[in-house]
Design a binder for this molecule. Structure first.
Ligand code: ADP
Length: 261
């Protein structure tokens, strides 16, 4: 809370390092899950438009920091809801859009979502991520999808990363019966594209409102008068939840386990 400017710098370093470490751990876990044939996909109703907006919203800060124009184009013919695996879709898109921002120093990044095919039961949707970044040499266009492979030996030094993201994304798309394609011109930019087939959802488009701006404004909420019993054994979770709850003026008590609760 209220860090001094010199502490902000250290906190940012910690944040960057911890996020980097989490990405590496998650990549390695996913990678071994895929290798051992244990990756499974869900088929649940989800709001696709909301997922795309969330990714756009979450990454717009880093695009803005680099002075990039960052656009989302969602085809108006598309329904909001479809049936499939939202977590794995987000993972692939986060990787592609994260890369697009990371490897672009000026210009723009665009996420495009469009309708490819529709019948009563299924819907095929096309996802593209375009950037005006450093591009990829033609002789590296296949290799970048290999495990632990980056386009150049100085990529880690200049941009970070492990070279696992695209290998995982490729597998996640292929395990759902499709393929990621890439087109790129060195020095001009890149376009990654894939399409996925979802089952049609019978949920109404209007079920979930798009109010991302409000959702992110946690600190403005007050829940004065609300009492919460937090049943949680992990000390760090207790501290984190306690901080949020006290910011919202919630009266809180902690129980270490279900019996105590
Ligand atoms: P990482 O981002 O951790 O290096 P990835 O597997 O996601 O690993 O990407 C592999 C490599 O592909 C990157 O290191 C980079 O060389 C190249 N690459 C991926 N996306 C882009 C992009 N949008 N523009 C330029 N190069 C890219």
């Amino acid at each position: 809370d209220n860090p001094r400017p010199d502490q902000v710098e250290n906190l940012n370093t910690l944040k960057f390092s911890s996020e980097n470490l989490v990405t590496i751990i998650n990549d390695i876990l996913d990678f071994s899950k895929i290798e051992s044939g244990k990756m499974e996909f869900e088929a649940v109703d989800f709001n696709l438009k909301y997922i795309i907006s969330s990714i756009h919203h979450a990454l717009s800060g880093s695009a803005l920091d680099k002075g990039l124009k960052f656009q989302m184009k969602y085809d108006s013919d598309l329904p909001d809801f479809v049936k499939g695996d939202p977590v794995r879709l987000s993972q692939v898109l986060n990787n592609l859009v994260g890369n697009a921002i990371k490897f672009t120093n000026k210009g723009h990044v665009i996420i495009q979502v469009g309708l490819k095919y529709l019948d009563e039961k299924q819907i095929e949707i096309n996802f593209s991520v375009l950037d005006t970044g450093i591009g990829i040499p033609e002789n590296k266009l296949n290799a970048i999808f290999d495990n632990f492979t980056q386009a150049s030996s100085d990529t880690t030094r200049n941009y970070g990363g492990t070279g696992l993201g695209l290998a995982i994304s490729k597998q996640l798309v292929e395990l759902q019966g499709s393929k990621i394609k890439v087109e790129s011109i060195e020095g001009k930019g890149s376009q990654f594209q894939f399409s996925l087939t979802f089952k049609r959802s019978d949920r109404n488009n209007k079920h979930q409102e798009l109010d991302l701006a409000d959702n992110n404004n946690f600190s403005a909420y007050s829940l004065k008068g609300v009492k919460v019993l937090l049943a949680e054994d992990n000390k760090i979770n207790q501290v984190v939840a306690g901080k949020f709850l006290s910011k919202w003026d919630v009266e809180m008590d902690i129980a270490e386990n279900g019996e105590e609760a």
